[in-house]
Design a protein around this ligand. Structure first.
Ligand code: ADP
Length: 733
């Protein structure tokens, strides 16, 4: 009944350690009761039988209905399930937290920690999968990586593609590859030798029609009854002659490759809907629009906290890690001034880059007389469900990746969310009881929101996607089956960029460099930098890895809170600053940190560097070193022989920057007579970001890692380069 989950609520989040779990049947029983109360539970049998009858199931169900945690467990007991079940997630944090949860529910340890562990996870820079694991949560990117090595996905009996409604580029690629596998097309399908792969596609929105059409079309085409092999592009579009000679435009012949396709199971796509449990949620709008949503959020938080009854936690949707952290500070300051008459407030940040220990705290129940306040990015929209939330505050915005045509680069922009996101956010308040949702915008603003946000494939740089297709053996990327076909120009731009990086040959086929880049868990540009650095002429791979590792975290340098702190840190930091710019400064910081053998935390404090960020840098560095070794870019002897160096010769410094230039040849701006910088490609004005150590400096030309766009265009991660280096690089490209 409706009250059952509520009654067991307090215990739901008290997660015992897996090791103690097995010995305490009481806890296990509680978890079992919770499982049985999830809306998806009654559907277990129909889900199993759908996959016995067909190879693909489309499953739509409200967030929190139990899709991610339960479906993999349902599948394990199916007769066809003699290998692993893979479950993909768009975010690493969700992959890890789900794996932990499912391991607890199954009463086993996690990953490699015990030979009896049944559940593992694999995310970029962190692979925790043990031999006996039956369920593997992994990020979409990791599954794509595995597909490069093993196109038939022989390791698995079933792939569950979760959170498809988010429509990341990676998920679109995965769906394309899986469709080919399902319909028996290509090398991967041949390798499975008649052992069908089962596929479950899960979404938090009920809109499965498009997906159904997509997969049915796959079966139909493979049966050979239409002229085009393309998914959703119009045939008119397809037949237009390629404007770029580099595009390998040969068409897949209809009927080719489908020798083993059994006509009888064509078109068989199962669907299943799971109704969620949703209590009414009252919506409260602002009467007038506000400029600063952080301020509005702060006010709203304390109004809710002081006026709304306990129990009931508050979930606030903000735009990004930065806004989460700055609001956290404000809230904590203000909360400290509250009298004893009010409950305590426990502030918990929730964003994708949150370290694991802090993630786990989100799920722990608040102490007595304490209200949890979760300050989250849109990760809490559908990816992570936290129990206990009765009040939602929605700022109405999110950071959205957007390809900026004129800049030729992806950037993260703060944009209004879509209506469906706003509805999802609101729904978080009504999972366990009636709730309230404050929207920090007006009702008119809400009405003006787009219905859905366009899929990422229409908004981002496609070079990684195209390289993945190419490396996976798709020569004619224009006819790869995609749920939404990006504009032709966007594909061509990506092909051009890959050509410039030297990842493709002139005929558009992937070459050795391209294949090596595709296997690195980095953007093609950064991958190219790594490959360049491994060249014996350059010989600076380990240094480049240190710098790339820094780019994987937001910013290692902290801002001083007081003038005093600033002065002190400035002095220690001066030893790290390098006149060439940010790349070599980051290198100096990593080297000094790595060489620090006594107290790294102190070291970080003294330099006003984030110790936490440095810990993840070291982690990424370790993983990248291992990857480089695996890819035979560096020998294990060379790795073992390196002491922590702390100095870099002028020659090596130049080589390092040249390697970065090889991957970022379009990210160069030169100094204009008026003191401004203009990009060489595109002739755009760009300013050096205030966070750069080159801020305010005038040098012949700059190379930068990325654009950030606030009120103007900034280059971030900036170094000084010599213009004449460009000749050689463009000559090679
Ligand atoms: P869906 O995939 O349909 O959104 P989930 O399977 O993710 O649903 O969630 C089902 C339930 O499991 C939710 O009540 C959620 O709070 C709980 N849950 C999921 N992950 C964890 C975790 N790491 N710790 C505690 N509870 C969790």
């Amino acid at each position: 009944g409706e009250n059952a989950p509520k009654a067991t609520l307090p215990e739901k989040n008290s997660q015992p350690q897996p090791s103690t779990l097995a010995r305490k049947p009481g806890k296990q029983t509680t978890l079992q009761t919770l499982r049985e109360n999830l809306p998806i539970y009654p559907h277990a049998d129909s889900i199993r039988s759908a996959l016995t009858n067909t190879n693909i199931l489309l499953l739509a169900g409200e967030t929190g209905s139990g899709k991610s945690t339960q479906v993999p467990q349902f599948l394990l007991t199916s007769p066809w399930c003699d290998h692993r079940v893979a479950v993909t997630q768009p975010r690493r944090m969700a992959a890890i937290s789900l794996a932990r949860r499912v391991a607890d529910e199954m009463g086993t340890a996690l990953g490699k920690s015990s030979p009896t562990a049944k559940v593992g996870y694999s995310v970029r820079f962190d692979d925790n999968v043990g031999k006996g694991n039956k369920i593997k949560f992994l990020t979409e990117g990791m599954l794509l990586q595995e597909m490069l090595r093993d196109p038939g996905l022989l390791e698995y009996s079933c792939v569950v593609v979760d959170e498809v409604h988010e429509r990341s580029v990676n998920v679109d690629l995965i769906l394309g590859f899986l469709r080919d596998l399902l319909v028996g097309k290509g090398e991967g399908a041949r390798k499975r030798k008649g052992r069908p792969l089962k596929v479950v596609v899960m979404s938090a929105t009920a809109d499965t029609e498009k997906l159904k059409g997509f997969f049915e079309e796959g079966y139909r085409i493979t049966k050979g009854d239409t002229a085009t092999t393309n998914g959703t592009g119009t045939s008119e579009e397809k037949s237009k002659k390629s404007e770029l000679s580099l595009l390998n435009d040969e068409r897949q012949q209809p009927g080719q490759d489908n020798a083993r396709m059994d006509g009888s199971d064509a078109g068989r796509v199962s669907t299943c809907f799971v109704e969620g449990r949703q209590y009414p949620v009252q919506t409260i709008y602002l009467h007038e629009a506000v400029q600063d949503f952080s301020e509005a959020a702060l006010k709203c938080i304390f109004q809710v906290h002081c006026k709304e009854p306990m129990p009931g936690d508050i979930l606030v949707f903000l735009t990004g890690q930065d806004t989460v952290q700055s609001l956290q500070k404000l809230v904590e300051e203000y909360a400290a001034t509250l009298t004893e008459d009010f409950p305590k407030l426990l502030v918990l940040p929730l964003f994708a880059a949150l370290p694991q220990a802090a993630q786990q705290r989100i799920f722990e129940p608040a102490p007595r007389n304490t209200r949890k306040l979760i300050l989250a990015t849109n990760i809490a929209e559908t990816s992570i469900t936290v129990g206990g939330v009765r009040f939602v505050i929605d700022c109405g915005k999110a950071k959205i990746k957007q390809y900026r045509n004129r800049l030729g680069l992806d950037s993260l922009l703060v944009k209004p969310i879509s209506k469906s996101s706003a509805i999802q956010r609101k729904g978080r308040a009504g999972r366990e009881a009636a709730g309230k949702c404050w929207r920090l915008y007006t009702e008119k603003d809400f009405d003006a929101l787009e219905k859905d946000s366009p899929p990422e494939i229409l908004r981002c740089d496609l070079s990684a996607a195209v390289l993945t297709m190419k490396a996976r053996g798709v020569d004619d990327v224009m006819s790869f089956p995609l749920l939404t076909q990006p504009p032709r120009e966007a594909m061509e731009r990506a092909l051009l960029q890959l050509l410039q990086l030297g990842a493709l040959d002139d005929d558009g086929r992937v070459n050795d460099t391209g294949r090596r880049i595709a296997r690195l868990p980095l953007t093609p540009s950064l991958g190219r930098v790594i490959i360049a650095a491994a060249d014996p002429d350059m010989d600076c791979l380990l240094q480049v890895i240190d710098i790339v590792a820094c780019f994987s975290v937001e910013n290692i340098f902290l801002n001083a809170e007081t003038e005093e702190m600033k002065e002190e840190a400035q002095q220690s930091r001066n030893l790290l600053y390098r006149r060439q710019g940010d790349h070599l400064t980051l290198l100096a910081a990593v080297q000094a940190y790595a060489a620090e053998s006594s107290d790294r935390k102190m070291w970080a404090q003294r330099h006003l560097i984030s110790h936490r960020a440095m810990q993840s840098v070291m982690d990424v560095r370790k993983q990248l070193r291992a990857q480089a070794q695996q890819a035979k870019l560096v020998s294990s002897d060379a790795l073992a022989a390196t002491d922590e160096r702390t100095s870099t010769s002028e020659e090596t410094a130049n080589n390092i920057l040249r390697c970065f230039l090889r991957g970022f040849m379009s990210n160069v701006a030169r100094l204009m007579p008026d003191g401004s910088y203009k990009t060489i490609v595109g002739n755009q004005n760009v300013a050096i970001h205030p966070s750069s150590i080159l801020f305010g400096r005038k040098v012949e030309a700059i190379l930068y890692n990325e654009f950030v766009y606030t009120n103007r265009t900034y280059a971030r991660g900036v170094s000084a380069i010599q213009l004449n280096w460009l000749d050689k690089i463009w000559g090679d490209a």
